[in-house]
Design a protein around this ligand. Structure first.
Ligand code: PRP
Length: 201
């Protein structure tokens, strides 16, 4: 079988013939996730929030975020069909997996690995709002702010990033690379002004 994934050196991986360079280390992701978890623990004390992870990409961030939350909380998952950005604007969005939990009167936090155009998160927030949760917020590890085309509600953001192709820590390139513990970007995209921005949200 043809190799689609190769760790080249400490800073570089080659996926499907493209060279990617390390962008966010596992330690940087961990410390930011812990800050986000601490803030959620403080803001939701006594409320038993339910975290809803959007499959597939969010599974790794969600697992670490949950471990960084030290109050009572629950988890559920949903999955949207993947037609790229067209999946929602074309009205073709399908929920391939729905949540099992009844979220009426519950405090809900939707958890994503990345918000790109914002269409998925925007769609989910309006869908979940119809189920009458007590409160509804969103959390994302990455926000590709230049790519976002809708005024989407983002309550907890790990890092704001430029319009970069990212892979690792749950994010894939043609289903490859999700298992990397760090986040990488295309080597060609490295340069001044591309650093991730840690935001106070
Ligand atoms: C990614 C990501 C978000 C969505 C964001 O999922 O996990 O769900 O795209 O894009 P948007 O802001 O433009 O809507 P993808 O469809 O790639 O599926 P995956 O999580 O299974 O990789």
């Amino acid at each position: 079988m043809e190799a689609t994934f190769l760790v080249h050196d400490e800073q570089t991986v080659i996926i499907r013939g493209e060279r990617f360079r390390k962008y966010l280390t596992a330690e940087t992701i961990r410390s930011r996730t812990e800050e986000m978890g601490a803030r959620i623990s403080e803001e939701y004390a006594g409320k038993k929030p339910i975290l809803i992870g959007v499959l597939n990409g969010a599974f790794m961030f969600l697992a670490d975020l949950m471990r960084a939350i030290d109050i009572d909380c629950e988890v559920d998952f949903l999955k949207l069909s993947s037609y790229g950005a067209a999946k929602i604007s074309s009205g073709e969005v399908k929920e391939l997996k729905r949540i099992d939990a009844d979220i009426e009167d519950r405090h809900v936090i939707v958890v994503e690995d990345i918000v790109d155009t914002g269409l998925s998160m925007d769609y989910l927030m309006s869908q979940l709002q119809t189920k009458n949760p007590a409160s509804l917020k969103s959390a994302t590890l990455l926000h590709k702010f230049e790519a976002t085309t809708v005024d989407v509600q983002l309550d907890y953001i790990g890092f704001r990033i430029r319009n970069l192709f990212v892979v690792g820590y749950g994010l894939d390139y043609g289903q490859v690379g999700r298992n990397l513990p760090e986040i990488y970007i295309l080597e060609d995209q490295m340069g001044p002004g591309t650093e991730p921005e840690r935001v106070s949200k």
